[in-house]
Design a protein around this ligand. Structure first.
Ligand code: FAD
Length: 403
């Protein structure tokens, strides 16, 4: 039975209820500890720029190994937009240090099966498990622990955990530049209001459009349009449940173990659709007509989606039905860009280090961005912790080399 937590994450105008769907009650979760053990202070000060999944993971890991941490986010409040993404077991494994968060994440996630169709709805393949589509036995083991998670819900769980451990993200702090003072072994950030902060290490986890490129690469990072864009949305299942086609094909269509099914329709356009617990999600890859943006902000774009669908009469009725249930103003049109992989993620002195999307971006179809951002954070902070305060610059370079 679903239990609605009385914990709600408050932003300026958004509440995200955290819904637990297995037999564990909120009081069971509350008795779990936030952290298995925390090292004594190691004298290392860290600034984290960006409170995405990468930045929050880095801040949490820094706390665990004894660093002092401040985290800055340019947005005025917590960023609760976005749909679902996949997080691999390599990243989820690091949560064993945080029993309560680990339990919450497990409960928030699901392990959908896959059905693959032509646009007309005829089956190409399925039902498949992730383990069926990965080749080696090692990959199968990893896939069996991979979770599909709502980004906003994961984000809330991670943010609340960090707050319980004493770090509060400082919102409305846009970093416009980075600097380093090599002789002093310090690095820092300059905010849009001209103020500055410095520390032993600055972690630039500010995503695809951050400003750390200038210091790290000595130039702006140029992005190339891929020619594709993706309409994405997710919304409460109550919007879709009254549509009988959607109710039968998508909401009621589960695997034998009750886990949901993801439906992928392949053709000139590609649709990915799923119903996870209380949320419907779909994404529609299409040719970029120049109007898409690299922004997760939602807009009134359903009319444009309908225009696209009309140009594809072969798209089956069930897929059209699901698309039509989205609230009109809930659509993101994400422009898919390529950025060449950069071998160097550290500044000349090694005191500023990029992490997650700031260091390397992934095509959305790879389902890998959040996993790699979390892995980066664990790898980086482990290196900082092993090196200690006297060898931090080497630590960031070794991390870069290992990754
Ligand atoms: C709002 C949002 C929604 C998303 N939704 C999805 C989704 O539905 N599906 C999916 O696959 N991926 C989504 N992503 C992308 C995915 O979360 C990332 O690719 C992945 O998790 C890597 O995370 P990251 O921490 O490196 O970067 P991001 O998640 O992009 O986080 C970067 C953070 O840095 C902040 N920031 C940027 N510039 C500055 C600055 N100058 N000063 C201070 N702060 C700054 C940003 O506001 C953001 O909070 C979303 C990202 C965001 C930000």
């Amino acid at each position: 039975m679903e239990k609605l937590s009385n914990r709600r994450h408050r932003t300026s105008n958004i509440h995200i209820p955290i819904i637990m769907t297995d037999s564990t009650s909120i009081s069971d979760i509350n008795v779990l500890s936030d952290i298995v053990s925390r090292s004594p202070p190691n004298g290392i000060s860290v600034l984290v720029v960006g409170s995405g999944i990468g930045g929050l993971t880095a801040a949490r890991e820094c706390l665990r190994v004894g660093c002092s941490v401040r985290a800055f986010e340019r947005r005025p409040h917590s960023v609760l937009t976005g749909g679902s993404f996949t997080i691999g077991s390599s990243a989820l494994r690091s949560l064993h240090n945080y029993p309560r968060l680990q339990r919450e994440v497990k409960q928030l996630g699901c392990q959908p099966g896959l059905m693959v169709y032509k646009l007309d709805g005829s089956v190409i393949s399925g039902p498949l498990q992730l383990t069926d589509v990965l080749s080696s036995s090692v990959d199968r083991d990893l896939a069996s622990n991979t979770l599909r998670l709502s980004r906003p819900k994961l984000y809330c769980a991670m943010l609340e955990h960090l707050e319980r451990m004493g770090v509060h993200v400082e919102y409305g702090r846009e970093v416009v530049d980075y600097f380093e003072n090599t002789p002093a072994g310090r690095a820092g950030v300059i905010f849009s209001d001209g103020s500055r902060h410095d520390a032993d290490i600055v972690i630039a986890a500010d995503g695809v459009n951050g400003h750390s490129w200038k210091l790290v690469l000595g130039r702006e990072m140029r992005a190339q349009p891929s020619g594709d864009a993706i309409f994405r949305t997710d919304f409460p299942v109550r919007h879709a449940i009254t549509n009988p086609i959607v109710a039968e094909k998508f909401i009621g269509n589960k695997q034998a173990d009750g886990q949901p099914m993801v439906h992928i329709y392949m053709g000139d356009i590609q649709l990915l659709a799923g119903v996870y617990k209380d949320t419907v999600e779909w994404g529609l890859v299409h040719k970029d007509d120049g109007r898409a943006q690299e922004s997760w902000d939602r807009h009134h774009l359903l009319e444009r989606v309908f225009e696209l669908v009309e140009k594809h009469p072969d798209l089956c009725e069930e897929a059209k039905a699901l698309i039509s249930t989205a609230p009109a103003d809930s659509i993101v049109d994400w422009r898919i860009m390529w950025r060449d992989p950069q071998p160097q993620w550290t500044s000349a002195s090694g005191q500023v280090v990029q992490l997650g999307d700031a260091a390397h971006t992934f095509h959305p179809s790879s389902g890998n961005g959040a996993t790699q951002a979390m892995e980066d954070a664990v790898s980086l902070v482990t290196c900082l912790s092993i090196a200690g305060k006297d060898d931090l610059a080497w630590a960031t370079r070794v991390h870069n080399l290992l990754r």
